[in-house]
Design a protein around this ligand. Structure first.
Ligand SMILES: [Zn+2]
Ligand SMILES: [Zn+2]
Length: 369
């Protein structure tokens, strides 16, 4: 009898996910099979769950397994796998983090070493989870890491619930603030204090930012951002007017405006406001708006007159994963990383986890299968 494992099968927005079982396959050479320990519900999972974009439109047949922010332990090592990407020995039972996408290495983006932009990196989603090797999403008992993945052993003393945030949220912000070149003494505004926003706060401080200002409408989130190093908070309920918030940021930055604004709300209406918070030579980092066909109005002379640069970013490079792991390890007593995940659910309660995350009742909901 092969080992069986469960997954939460997703059949499209508005339908509850269903638990299905598949046999755990043997790993091909170079592959690694993990036993999942923690999988977080990320904002982009929620976009798909709510139906804000229909993944079938992107050639992904149902059922699919959602989830990509996760960690696990090595269950089976394929032939030829004896070390992680950093060259450390890898054995069954080791805790690991890994990149859940697989750049091809030979397209125009990969040849420019911007592997996050590889159009083939998630081609495994072209099959439903009924097709072997089945386990390609975070919400299941196992995960099949394909050959060639970036995979790193997790040091002792960093908790699984903390580690799970690395391979989406934290690496995204490590890579994003590097792309936006946040430098020493610069002022940084972060729009949104969810998981990405609090990660961004710590990363900006670690990069030497002078002042980090974070904007949100939920007091608990702003308090958490303070614990992650935010110098100033702007509460949307206290300053409901956009023009006044822009003015507030100007005051807090000595009349100049911010050097960098990072958007991690995921709604287009905040973009214009964020751009207006920038001072001359400001850089705008767009990460949150992953949903297509949503628009906003913009006066483009703002970009010209202030010499503004806009960076868009999805996914990250393998080095960012390693840097994020190092950051977490090095600052584990400095920031309350464990507070980002505020509630855990067993796999069979995945629909409750999504409902709680959707209502904003939790910073990050996590599945512990
Ligand atoms: Zn994510
Ligand atoms: Zn490529």
């Amino acid at each position: 009898m092969p080992t069986m494992g469960r997954v939460a099968a997703f059949y499209g927005a508005g339908r509850p996910m269903e638990i299905k079982e598949y046999p755990v396959p043997d790993p091909e050479p170079g592959a690694v099979i993990l036993k999942m320990t923690v999988a977080n519900v990320c904002g982009s999972d929620l976009h798909q769950w709510r139906g804000e974009f229909d993944i079938a439109q992107f050639g992904r047949p149902y059922p699919q397994i959602l989830g990509h922010e996760m960690t696990g332990t090595v269950f089976l090592l394929g032939e030829d796998v004896s070390r992680d990407t950093a060259g450390q020995p890898l054995n069954e039972g080791d805790r690991v983090i890994f990149r859940y996408f697989y750049p091809c290495g030979s397209c125009r983006a990969c040849l420019k070493r911007v592997t996050r932009a590889c159009p083939y990196a998630r081609s495994y989603l072209a099959n439903s989870c009924d097709v072997p090797p089945h386990f390609y999403g975070a919400f299941g008992d196992y995960y099949y890491v394909r050959p060639g993945a970036a995979i790193f052993r997790v040091p002792e003393g960093v908790e699984d619930t903390t580690v799970a945030g690395i391979n989406c949220g934290l690496s995204q912000m490590v890579g994003g603030l590097q792309l936006a070149q946040v430098g020493m003494g610069e002022s940084v505004v972060i729009q949104g204090a969810g998981g990405l926003g609090v990660y961004a706060t710590a990363v900006a401080k670690e990069r030497g930012a002078g002042k980090v200002i974070i904007i949100d409408g939920i007091r608990e989130r702003l308090e958490l951002a303070r614990a992650f190093g935010a110098d100033e908070t702007v509460d949307l309920r206290e300053i409901p007017d956009s023009a006044q918030r822009i003015e507030r940021v100007r005051e807090l930055t000595g009349g100049w405006g911010a050097d960098v604004v990072a958007e991690v709300v995921g709604h287009p209406r905040v973009v214009n406001e964020g751009l207006q918070m920038l001072g001359r030579t400001g850089r705008y980092l767009e990460i949150g708006n992953v949903t297509p066909n949503l628009t906003f109005e913009l006066d483009p002379s703002l970009l010209v007159q202030r010499n503004i640069t806009v960076y868009g970013m999805v996914y990250y490079e393998a080095e960012h994963l390693q840097q994020a792991l190092d950051l977490l390890d090095r600052t584990r007593d400095k920031y309350p990383w464990h507070r980002v995940v505020s509630q855990t659910f067993p796999l069979e309660r995945i629909n409750d986890a999504f409902t709680a995350a959707d209502r904003g009742e939790v910073t990050r909901a996590a599945i512990v299968p």
